[in-house]
Design a protein around this ligand. Structure first.
Ligand SMILES: [Zn+2]
Ligand SMILES: [Zn+2]
Length: 252
C-alpha cells in the first residue's frame, strides 16, 4: 500500500514568482485524485502524471485560484489524440456553472460529457480506489468544502480556503498530515472576516485538532513565506513545513 500527496500549486489567491495556485495530487496504490485545479497547477500536474490517467477530480469551490485550470483540462481531455477521456468530477456547488459560463454553449454541453459531475457539500463521502474521502463545509464567502482522505486509517486533511471553525478542527482531528491554508500573516487585522486564516490561526487549529504534521499552503503570493512559517511555529509545536510546488509527502 502507498499513499502520498504532491503539491501542484501552493500560492494563495494569485500566482507567485514561479508558483502556481491551488492543486494537489493525492495517490494511493495507483489511484489518482486531483484536488483543486487553480491557475497554473495543470502545467505542474503534467510534470507528474497525464490528465487522462486521473481517476477523479475534486474541486472545493468556485474561486478561480482553485478551479479555472479545469477549462484547460477540459480541452486536453475532450481533444485527446485517443478520443474524449471522460472523468469523474466532484464539485462544490456553483463550480460547474461558473466554469461553463466561460465556455460557448456547445462547449458547455460537452463539458458535462467529459466531466461526469457530482455536486458535493459538507457531509458527503465518496471513494476513489482505496481512498475514502469525507467532506465538511468550510467557512468561506462561497460554497466550499474541506476534505479528509483516509487510506488504511492514515489521514490527509486539506482545509481548502477556510476561516476555520469547529467543523475544520473536527475534520482535522488526529490527521497524519494537515494541509492547511495560511493566507495571511500577523493578527489578520485589515483583512475581511469569514474568509481565510493567518499562519498563527492555522497552527492553533492544528494544535487543537491534534494533527501530527502541519503543512502551510495558500500563503498569499506576495508575502514572505518564511514569516508565515515562523508565526505558525508560535502556535504549533509539531512537525511543520511550507508547501512548495512539486513537493511530495509520503503518508504510507
Ligand atoms: Zn484560494
Ligand atoms: Zn477561495
Amino acid at each position: 500500500m502507498s499513499f502520498d500527496v504532491t503539491v501542484l500549486g501552493s500560492s494563495g489567491s494569485h500566482t507567485g514568482p514561479g508558483r502556481a495556485c491551488s492543486g494537489y495530487l493525492v495517490r494511493a496504490d495507483g489511484a489518482q485524485l486531483l484536488v483543486d485545479c487553480g491557475n497554473g497547477s495543470s502545467a505542474n500536474l503534467q510534470r507528474v502524471t497525464r490528465p487522462e490517467d486521473l481517476d477523479a477530480i475534486l474541486i472545493t469551490h468556485r474561486h478561480v485560484d482553485h478551479c479555472v485550470d479545469l477549462i484547460g483540462m477540459f480541452y486536453a481531455l475532450r481533444f485527446h489524440p485517443s478520443g474524449p477521456q471522460p472523468i469523474e468530477l466532484y464539485a462544490a456547488l456553483e463550480v460547474v456553472d461558473t466554469l461553463t459560463g466561460l465556455l460557448s454553449h456547445d462547449s458547455a454541453l460537452e463539458f458535462r460529457e467529459v466531466f461526469h459531475v457530482t455536486e458535493v457539500t459538507g457531509g458527503d463521502r465518496f471513494d476513489v480506489g482505496p481512498m475514502h474521502v469525507e467532506l465538511a463545509d468550510a467557512i468561506h464567502p462561497v460554497p466550499t468544502v474541506s476534505c479528509r482522505v483516509e487510506v488504511d486509517g492514515v489521514s490527509l486533511v486539506y482545509s481548502s480556503d477556510s476561516a476555520g471553525g469547529p467543523a475544520l478542527v473536527e475534520l482535522a482531528r488526529g490527521a497524519d498530515l494537515f494541509l492547511c491554508e495560511a493566507t495571511w500573516q500577523g493578527d489578520g487585522e485589515g483583512y475581511p472576516d469569514g474568509m481565510h486564516l493567518t499562519a498563527r490561526e492555522a497552527g492553533r487549529i492544528a494544535t487543537e485538532a491534534g494533527a501530527h504534521r502541519l503543512v502551510l499552503t495558500h500563503v498569499l503570493g506576495s508575502l514572505d513565506r518564511n514569516r508565515s512559517l515562523a508565526e505558525a511555529q508560535e502556535t504549533f509545536s509539531g512537525d511543520l513545513a511550507l508547501a512548495d510546488d512539486l513537493r511530495s509527502w509520503l503518508l504510507i
